[in-house]
Design a protein around this ligand. Structure first.
Ligand code: NAD
Ligand code: MN
Length: 358
């Protein structure tokens, strides 16, 4: 019997709505696979919790999470709480404390979908972005000065450590080595950002020398963003700093069906701490409470969780169920041009899981 404990943080807005469908999928996998059990505990840590307790999670929250095998997150953020509070007091501490320094974000056009890029198809859109997840531009170092005067200013430092930069690049190069394409593209901006980015480039070149089988390119982030649109077929593994990776992946998601379909995995490769799986989208206050959020990003993040657990056959069951729903085109949420609800899409994916495993 395989047994995994999962801390589930549904969060705010559409987070709990898509999480409900994710939990249904986990239950269907347990029931259809016999020897596997996911024991999940739900943590109601979100903006409501903040409004009552003045913090996003209990003081011992990270300690509580540490004992779980895995963490599943919906999305956090609510109009009543500043975004930097909800992000900095819940998501970023988890990523940092648990050394989830790899944020994996696939950009892949699933069967049944068309890209808004007119001449690009399935063979052109299949790569993965490796986003550095613990330092870089999200540094928490800096400050605000001279408030209330004409000299008011804000400073935020970028932090690139050798340790942090080497480990993300080593991960990205090894990943590229394992993929058939064996190509790595690193995002930089060493023409304008003249301390941290030249340092990043040097380390890219150092690690590249250790991986002669990987074809390596360094592109400035502005040009790279344009190449996402004009020649996505040239990408295999794209590695980027924290902020650049964040921006690139919303763009990447838009080329393969939108945020409703974009999953991510926050990985601690050493497996010393739990890894966390979540959609890349936020709490979408504009559609929250309507029951129309697309649950596929959340459910795809479960497939990434199965890959992390070395259960590729279960991951494939999830992905096939998602793709069948997309190919059928009958039960889709409004972001994909349909009229179905979050729950109806979840039910349909669950139905395909049972059919495939019967
Ligand atoms: P967002 O991702 O919530 O929404 C952007 C757009 O995409 C919206 O129009 C939304 O309706 C749409 N969208 C997102 N997910 C969708 C889904 N599953 N199905 C259909 N449409 C979907 O980004 P935002 O509006 O910039 O941020 C809203 C809140 O979420 C903010 O508080 C922000 O800080 C937070 N946020 C949280 C996370 C996270 O929890 N990891 C990530 C990004 C943003
Ligand atoms: Mn983002």
């Amino acid at each position: 019997m395989l047994h995994y404990s999962i801390a589930v943080i549904p969060g705010d807005g559409i987070g709990p709505e898509v999480m409900q469908e994710g939990l249904k999928v986990l239950k269907a996998l347990e029931e259809s696979h016999g020897g596997i059990r996911f024991a999940s505990d739900v943590m109601e840590w979100n903006c409501n919790y903040y409004l009552t307790h003045g913090r996003m999670m209990p003081e011992n929250g990270l300690d509580t999470l540490k004992d779980y095998d895995l963490i599943l997150l919906g999305a956090v953020g609510a109009p009543e709480v500043p975004d930097h509070v909800s992000v900095w007091e819940l998501i970023l501490p988890i990523r940092r404390e648990f050394q989830q320094y790899v944020n994996l974000r696939p950009v892949k056009l699933l069967r049944g979908l068309e890209s808004p890029l007119r001449y690009k198809g399935h063979a052109d859109l299949d790569f993965v972005v490796v986003r550095e997840n613990t330092e870089g531009e999200y540094s928490n170092m800096g400050g605000r000065m001279h408030q209330g005067t004409p000299y008011e200013m804000a400073v935020q430092n970028n932090v690139f450590t050798r340790f942090g930069t080497e480990r993300i690049l080593k991960y990205a190069f090894s990943l590229a080595e394992k993929r058939p394409g064996k190509r790595l593209t690193a995002a930089t901006k060493s023409n304008g950002i003249n301390h941290s980015m030249p340092f990043w480039d040097e380390i890219v070149k150092e690690i590249a020398r250790e991986h002669p089988g990987v074809e390596t390119n360094l592109y400035h982030i502005d040009a790279l963003a344009a190449y996402f649109i004009t020649r996505p077929e040239t990408f295999d593994v794209v590695v980027a700093s924290n902020l650049f990776g964040d921006i690139l992946t919303d763009l990447g998601a838009a080329t393969v069906g939108g945020l409703g379909l974009a999953p991510s995995a926050n990985i601690n490769p050493e497996r010393k701490y739990p890894s966390m799986f979540e959609p890349i989208h936020g709490s979408a206050p504009d559609i929250a409470g309507k029951g129309i959020a697309n649950p596929i990003a959340q459910i795809w993040s479960l497939a990434m969780m199965m890959d992390h657990l070395d259960l590729p056959e279960i991951s494939a069951v999830i992905m096939n169920a998602i793709e069948q729903v997309l190919v059928d085109r009958k039960i889709l949420t409004p972001d994909l041009g349909g009229v179905a609800s979050t729950k109806e899409v979840g039910d349909e994916i669950v139905r395909h899981i049972y059919t495939a495993t019967r």
